[in-house]
Design a protein around this ligand. Structure first.
Ligand SMILES: [Mg+2]
Length: 214
């Protein structure tokens, strides 16, 4: 039985919600933090906390911006329909913030597909703080250990398919039986000599899945 796991930001969305909020509401310091994380100098737990602490705009302002600016990536509906038609369990694993990503996901009519992500709070100065996802952490490097969900599915005998594009997908992708990758995830897998199937548009992922599981 196939079990499908997908990243949220930049994979199922047309814009990365965190990058958008940082561009609009944080100083450009966030680019240097992100580069350190992508270069492996700091882990994701540290980089996300440092980046989000640059944001003091209210949740209402942030959510209104996301609801206005972020839409499903092209091909999301087709991918969801394929999973439903084939009775494949699909789970969305986000490295972002649940109070934003879940509201977006549900507003697009996909509330029946579970989405896991980090939570957030505020410090005394109103800076955004990260409350890591409740999921156990296998390596303690990420706020949300996406890999844990994949390992669980494999324990139950599932063939695990993973779709992603970025830093929070690096570790998880290594536990998948098949990876569809773009952008930073694709570069990471090339650098590390790992197998993957590249894509730019989710429609390519859906057609590849149909061809290989007809
Ligand atoms: Mg992403």
């Amino acid at each position: 039985m196939i079990e499908l796991f997908s990243d949220f930001d930049g994979t199922l969305t047309d814009k990365d919600t965190l990058a958008l909020l940082l561009d609009l509401y944080a100083s450009s310091d966030w680019y240097a933090i992100e580069k350190k994380a992508l270069d492996g100098e700091i882990d994701e737990r540290q980089s996300l906390a440092d980046e989000m602490a640059l944001i003091t705009a209210s949740d209402e302002v942030l959510l209104n911006t996301l609801m206005r600016e972020v839409h499903p990536a092209e091909g999301t509906a087709e991918l969801v329909a394929l999973a439903r038609d084939r009775d494949w369990k699909m789970t969305v694993l986000s490295g972002g913030l649940i109070r934003f990503s879940r509201i977006l996901w549900e507003s697009w009519g996909y509330g029946g597909i579970p989405l896991f992500a980090n939570d957030h709070g505020r410090d005394a100065e109103g800076r955004l703080t990260i409350i890591p996802a409740a999921t156990p952490r296998l390596k303690d490097r990420c706020n949300h250990c996406k890999r844990w969900h994949l390992e669980k599915a494999k324990e139950h005998g599932a063939t695990v398919v993973y779709i992603g594009d970025g830093l929070t997908d690096f570790c998880a992708s290594e536990a998948a039986d098949r990876v569809y990758a773009k952008d930073n995830l694709k570069e990471y897998l090339i650098r590390n000599g790992k197998d993957f199937i590249g894509f730019q548009n989710l429609l390519e992922v859906t057609s590849h899945l149909i061809k290989n599981h007809s």
